[in-house]
Write a protein that binds this ligand. Structure first.
Ligand SMILES: Cc1cc2nc3c(=O)[nH]c(=O)nc-3n(C[C@H](O)[C@H](O)[C@H](O)COP(=O)(O)OP(=O)(O)OC[C@H]3O[C@@H](n4cnc5c(N)ncnc54)[C@H](O)[C@@H]3O)c2cc1C
Length: 297
């Protein structure tokens, strides 16, 4: 049977490549100096959703909340095989903690309509909380399976999933609809397809129209550009707070009970070092010391 899937993706600064210029003096990250990328585990979530679609049929809708630049990850999702993408963007969403983020995403999912599966990354590499997906599931009143690695079985009412835990695997089942958070070992995300890159290279949100009009002067006006893209299914919709059935007090900074008070820049410094000879005796001496210091044992 075909499944209706929604994938939650986040555009994040590439925190794997932090270098000197990227840290500000106060210890916070200078986001402008880091390239923005598709949150890595969200690519695994998208891949799992695409594999479900290929095996059973159905659709894959990708949703992100972020600034205008987040359209980049949505185009990337189209290049990889998503059927539909939606950007949630509004100044009123800004400054959201995980509570306000999950509230907004849950209301947007309700607006999308009936679904069978929601796929999320296990964790975002910038906020790093792993709180958003469980909170979304809670707000939608559906079960969740975190750390999903393999879909073992899927039928009309039920899913069986293998979870990758620190000390082993666990197989669990739950009813549909449900939410999965997907780990990086689940699959190898497919690369963007060249055919789809050609098909969707003009896909854009209305937030990008002013920039596009400077490049494509033949369109002359926003209205003509909009009509051209809409007619070809290349207009990426942007939903604002006015498009959602939301309590505005629960959005963005206003709806965020947690605030960042201070960020400390932690530098771990070595006080002493020892050189271990690369031979059996060296390794035996190292193991002896680790056991003696109760580091392993
Ligand atoms: C105390 C606190 C205060 C904060 N204050 C601010 C602030 O003032 N300004 C600010 O910009 N940020 C702020 N943040 C960051 C903001 O809360 C997070 O960026 C956001 O809520 C997502 O949380 P996360 O990055 O930990 O995602 P995680 O929960 O680690 O993400 C897991 C998965 O959830 C999904 N997901 C997460 N975020 C999104 C999204 N936006 N759209 C779609 N899917 C998503 C993805 O599938 C992702 O892989 C704050 C965070 C905390 C903890």
């Amino acid at each position: 049977m075909p499944y209706t899937s929604i994938v939650l993706v986040k555009q994040v600064p590439d925190t794997h490549n932090i270098h000197g210029d990227v840290m500000k003096e106060d210890g916070t990250i200078n986001r402008a100096a880091l390239p923005a990328i598709f949150n890595p585990e969200d690519l695994n979530a998208l891949e799992m959703a695409l594999q479900v679609k290929e095996r059973y049929g159905g659709t894959v809708t990708v949703l992100t909340m972020g600034p205008a630049t987040a359209a980049e990850v949505l185009r990337d999702a189209l290049y990889r095989g998503a059927d539909r993408v939606i950007l949630l963007s509004d100044r009123r969403f800004a400054g959201a903690d995980t509570l306000a983020t999950s509230y907004t995403l849950a209301r947007a999912i309700e607006k999308i309509g009936a679904f069978d599966l929601i796929f999320c990354g296990r964790q975002a590499i910038d906020g790093d909380t792993a709180q958003v997906p469980p909170q979304v599931a809670e707000k939608l009143g559906i079960p969740q399976i975190t750390y999903a690695e393999t879909i073992v079985q899927l039928d009309a009412n039920e899913i069986v999933v293998e979870r990758a835990l620190l000390l082993g695997k666990e197989i669990v089942k739950c009813t549909l609809p449900c939410l999965l958070t997907v780990v990086s070992t689940a699959n190898t995300p497919r690369p963007p397809s060249v055919r789809k890159m050609i098909e969707y290279k003009l896909a854009a949100t209305p937030l990008e129209y002013p920039t596009l009009l400077q490049q494509w002067r033949e369109f002359e006006s926003v209205e003509k550009l909009d009509a051209y893209l809409a007619a070809r299914n290349l207009k990426i919709p942007v939903w604002t707070a006015d498009d959602l059935p939301v309590d505005h007090a629960r959005l963005g900074l206003n709806g965020s009970p947690t605030q960042v008070y201070k960020v400390n820049y932690v530098v771990l410094e070595t006080t002493e070092s020892k050189e271990i000879p690369a031979n059996a005796e060296g390794i035996a001496a190292l193991m002896h010391e680790l056991v003696k210091e109760y580091i392993v044992g």
